[in-house]
Ligand binder design. Structure first.
Ligand SMILES: Nc1ncnc2c1ncn2[C@@H]1O[C@H](COP(=O)(O)OP(=O)(O)OP(=O)(O)O)[C@@H](O)[C@H]1O
Length: 304
């Protein structure tokens, strides 16, 4: 296969069950190389499962995945893919310097400067044992180890979760720089949507193990309309609104706000605008959201 034509991550009917629980089902995605992808979804949606399948740490129950044109877990795929898992699997008994040395010895593509650039975002003494670091500092060591490997596909499971706001800012900056300089494809899960939306150009939203929304971020936003207006006299949503594909709505006093899939008729006396990515994701993540895979404006493969 022509290397330049390969998607960074492609999944076909990918599914993974744990006993009777389907963590991921019928997942069809195509992530273009060089993208920065936000993987969003509520707890238990299947985000970690998808990342572990892409890293080759889990095998599919159905379908299959390809990373950079290769089967996840094969030697070539592993050499070009790095995963920072949620539990940051470092060696607690090693010092920070020893952890980096292990990275260097195990990886022919190792770049010490790339690893040190991450560590410089915090004052981490190289002689400290990894097991004694705070969770936020351990995250940085894990990221340093991952970036030092110079991966073409970087998979990050909630990399921002343990970081304070300045650290999140620094880490997002480093990821963006790596993407801009090397074209690294970055797929990261996060619940911190307002910060994550600043760096992603693609989004995948999972709910109950299924892809509910996927594709380039900006077109997904413009395919929706945020609407505010007056309720009807009974305090309900106007009938003209309920006739539209409303993803989610709420009423406060006599005012409603709603997110609608597609445009709204211009003759209606409502205020309309393009939603932010955070608004879009929050609406689709809401437990009462009417999103379903069939109705999503773009799902994975179609959007790419
Ligand atoms: N090793 C496992 N054994 C049994 N069930 C599992 C296992 N890993 C995941 N699951 C189940 O699969 C589903 C998806 O889990 P997953 O960890 O992928 O979700 P997630 O979106 O990453 O959640 P979170 O945001 O809480 O990290 C959940 O129901 C979870 O309980």
């Amino acid at each position: 296969m022509n290397e330049t034509n390969c998607a960074a991550l492609r999944t076909d009917a990918l599914g993974r069950a744990f006993g009777r629980t389907w963590a991921l089902r019928a997942c069809d995605l195509e992530i273009p190389a060089g993208s920065v992808v936000l993987l969003a979804g509520p707890n238990g949606a299947g985000k970690s499962t998808l990342l572990h399948l892409a890293a080759g740490l889990l095998t599919p129950t159905t379908g299959h995945a390809q990373v950079l044109g290769r089967t996840p877990g094969t030697r070539d795929a592993r050499a070009r893919t790095a995963l920072v898992a949620q539990d940051k699997p470092l060696h607690p008994g090693l010092t920070v310097a020893e952890q980096l040395r292990a990275g260097r010895e195990l990886n022919s593509r190792w770049d010490q400067n790339a690893a040190l650039a991450v560590l410089r975002t915090a004052d981490i003494p190289p002689g400290t044992r990894v097991g004694r670091l705070s969770p936020g500092l351990r995250t940085r060591v894990a990221l340093a180890t991952a970036l030092g490997r110079r991966p073409d596909l970087l998979l990050l499971d909630e990399p921002l979760a343990d970081l304070d706001p300045p650290a999140r800012h620094q880490v997002l900056g480093l990821l963006m720089a790596d993407n801009a300089e090397r074209g690294t494809t970055i797929v990261f899960s996060s619940h911190i949507l307002h910060e994550a939306e600043q760096i992603c150009d693609q989004v995948v939203l999972l709910r109950q193990g299924r892809v509910r929304l996927a594709g380039p971020a900006q077109p997904l936003c413009t395919a929706h309309t945020a609407v505010t207006g007056r309720t009807d006299r009974a305090g309900h949503l106007p009938a003209a609104l309920t006739a539209l594909p409303v993803v989610e709505s709420s009423i406060t006093g006599r005012q409603f706000t709603a997110l609608v899939r597609g445009p709204v008729p211009p003759e209606e006396p409502w205020l309309t605008r393009v939603p932010s990515l955070e608004e879009l994701l929050l609406a689709h993540l809401h437990p009462t959201a009417t999103t379903d895979s069939a109705a999503a404006p773009a799902t994975g493969r179609d959007a790419a």
